[in-house]
Design a protein around this ligand. Structure first.
Ligand code: UPG
Length: 414
């Protein structure tokens, strides 16, 4: 079907990562509809080319911002003014009908049946069920509707400062007029409702079709260990088992399908002279710039103090990503910091521990032509693990946790 499309929005490279996972999840479940993503000028050219390998259409629009700091402050989300840009989806008049999906949603199965619904269909919001959530909705592109929406926004604003408040006021009879326009909650299951109504989730959750990571913390804000395939949990948050399952699913798609595309992009960018020479202990070392997308997916390395001598800027992947200057490659493999030749099997340590100023190091380092540096986080010792247990920080993500998560997911997805 070429005149119907799933549409999403990403106003920067960070939200693009969500859009890519959403697009890939729609592809994985063999949608027969087109995939379109609205982007704004801020999205980088590299990211645009990655988007175009997942989406049929990458459409640049200019930003619409509610600039409504008062209402946005009530939600404590000053960044959501740009969600007014979502209204631009009504301008896609080369499609007769579309389903809009936020970039922080993920489909768990084929949801093409949504196109059987009419404008304006949406699911209830978990915070105020007489309002719909604007993360998933069925609409008909129309310049007339678009103009009416802009006019309405100018006259009435939005009660929450974002698109959701505006759309709820505009389509104000949604709650009562036509039950056919109420999408089941399963088409927009907020990942947090998994713990706000546990029995309901246990009863209905297996039929979930779309999961929505709404709220300030998005899947890409978590850390994920590529080797163990585990989402790394922040000590201060207490995500439920099911939330972690959905996060793990998001990260599985990201690491299996999106990361390779971003790495390809990184390689292309690197070949455009993104390497630099750095000298320490009289030895010249080649440092490669790590793409922010790749770096942000890597777990935070626990660096031994002495590595600061080598590159004082190398701390967390976020810091690495946020700095313009070249940084060391971070590789989460096993314990210890290591200096190795690129083509030498990485299991074979050259120095342990590394970066101590020994004559042996200089000798060997001089004898190899190219070096790459790997900062590798140390494994927690049994003492560390016991201490965490005693402090009440149990290892929910213990050895076999991912197996459990996968089993559970398989159980309710099939
Ligand atoms: N978005 C961007 N860039 C931003 C912020 C948002 O592209 O800087 C897009 C993106 O598609 C995102 C969507 O807008 O998924 C909504 O923003 P998000 O940060 O996901 O907000 P949430 O708090 O999860 O969303 C609730 C509603 C959502 C509505 C938003 C503002 O679920 O549908 O757009 O609040 O009203």
């Amino acid at each position: 079907v070429t005149d119907q499309a799933f549409v999403t929005l990403a106003t920067d490279d960070v939200y693009c990562q969500g859009a890519l996972v959403l697009g890939q999840s729609l592809r994985n479940h063999k949608t027969s509809r087109k995939l379109a993503v609205l982007i704004t000028p801020e999205v980088s050219s590299g990211m645009r080319s990655v988007l175009s390998s997942v989406f049929d259409e990458v459409i640049e629009v200019s930003v619409l911002d509610s600039a409504d700091s008062v209402h946005l402050a009530l939600m404590q989300r000053p960044e959501l003014g740009v969600t007014f840009t979502k209204l631009r989806c009504w301008t896609l008049t080369h499609y007769s009908k579309c389903v809009f999906m936020d970039a922080d949603t993920l489909v768990l199965c084929n949801v093409d049946e949504l196109f059987d619904r009419e404008e304006f269909s949406a699911a209830p919001d978990s915070g105020w069920p007489d309002c719909f959530n604007s993360g998933v909705f069925v609409f008909r592109p129309s310049l007339k509707t678009y103009r009416l929406l802009l006019q309405f926004a100018a006259e009435h604003g939005s009660f929450d400062g974002g698109d959701q408040g505006l759309l709820n006021s505009f389509f104000s009879n949604w709650a009562t007029a036509d039950i056919g326009k109420h999408l089941p909650f399963l088409y927009n299951l907020s990942s947090s409702s998994v713990y706000t109504y546990v029995p309901a989730f246990n009863h209905f959750g297996r039929d979930a079709k779309v999961v929505h990571f709404l709220g300030a913390t998005k899947p890409w804000n978590y850390k994920y260990n590529l080797q163990t395939k585990r989402v790394m949990q922040d000590d201060t948050t207490a995500e439920s088992f099911h939330q972690l399952s959905f996060l793990a699913l998001w990260w599985n798609i990201y690491s299996a399908s999106i990361l390779p595309l971003l790495e390809k992009l990184q390689k292309m960018e690197e070949s455009e002279s993104e390497e630099c020479k750095h000298s320490f202990n009289g030895v010249e070392v080649t440092l490669k710039k790590v793409s922010p997308y790749v770096a942000s997916s890597l777990p935070k390395p626990e660096l031994p103090e002495q590595t600061n001598d080598v590159n004082p800027s190398a701390r967390s992947p976020e810091e690495l990503a946020s700095r313009a200057r070249p940084v060391c490659e971070v590789e989460p493999r096993d314990s210890n910091v290591r200096l190795s030749e690129p083509d030498r099997p990485s299991e074979q340590p050259v120095f342990q521990p590394a970066f101590q100023e020994t004559s042996e190091m200089n000798e060997v380092a001089h004898s190899i032509s190219e070096l790459s540096i790997h900062f590798i986080p140390a494994k927690p010792s049994p003492e560390d693990e016991r201490r965490k247990w005693e402090e009440g920080r149990m290892d929910y993500m213990g050895k076999d946790a991912f197996e459990h998560i996968k089993k559970k997911l398989d159980a309710f997805l099939h």
